[in-house]
Ligand binder design. Structure first.
Ligand SMILES: [Zn+2]
Length: 211
């Protein structure tokens, strides 16, 4: 600290922490009003941290690499998110609901798409990131339940769980910019149009109650 300057806890913290380059996917994983356990699942995916069957087989831990969702293909991150017919059905359903007319690929395709398309602060970007993290979390938990609890849910049941997660989070919104894109999203998600505000001055996705 320079002589004569006031002590700042912020500056002291910055002096001690390691400075690493910001990864291109940081805004996709960490954003306002995220659901932390969902974002953590996406963070693990970008870090290649999930113990998928292809890895466990390589390490000699398991014999079978068959996907939990009964498609007959080999389980890997690329397959789970979202090349598997089961998870693809769920993600494609929500891609359409978020206003994207495209079909998903494996994680190598989806991760590049997310980094390119979900960087902004718009309401569309926010709700798509929130949905992506919820879909990944619910699919990963369902995969674990197959293996460890012997319990099975169908696509419709998972779609319902994801929709409940998103709708619950949207209840905290206080105002969103009224434009054609957001109006379409509100219609798709059946959100109350009273939240749409012509005079919203802040970026749409960030105009909410923080309570
Ligand atoms: Zn599969």
């Amino acid at each position: 600290m320079k002589k004569g300057c006031n002590f700042s806890l912020h500056e002291a913290w910055r002096a001690f922490i390691l400075h690493s380059p910001i990864v291109p996917w940081s805004n996709v994983v960490w954003f306002p009003r995220q659901i932390p356990k969902h974002s953590f699942c996406l963070w693990l995916t970008f870090r290649d941290g999930h113990k998928t069957l292809n890895k466990l087989h390589r390490w000699g831990v398991v014999q079978s690499v068959c996907c939990a969702f009964g498609c007959g293909q080999k389980e890997s991150i690329d397959h789970l998110f979202f090349a598997c017919p089961f998870t693809t059905t769920i993600w494609n359903h929500f891609l359409a609901k978020c206003g994207f007319r495209r079909c998903s690929g494996g994680w190598s395709v989806e991760s590049a798409w997310c980094i390119q398309r979900l960087q902004g602060n718009s309401f569309k970007s926010w709700i798509t990131k929130l949905t992506l993290t919820a879909v990944m979390y619910q699919c990963w938990m369902e995969r674990n339940n197959h293996f460890f609890q012997n319990s099975f849910r169908n696509c419709d049941s998972l779609i319902e769980s994801v929709a409940l997660d998103i709708e619950g989070k949207c209840r905290g919104l206080i105002r969103v910019a009224d434009n054609p894109t957001n109006s379409e999203l509100f219609f798709n998600w059946n959100l109350p149009t009273s939240l749409l505000s012509v005079g919203a001055s802040m970026p749409a996705g960030y105009s909410w109650s923080l309570q």
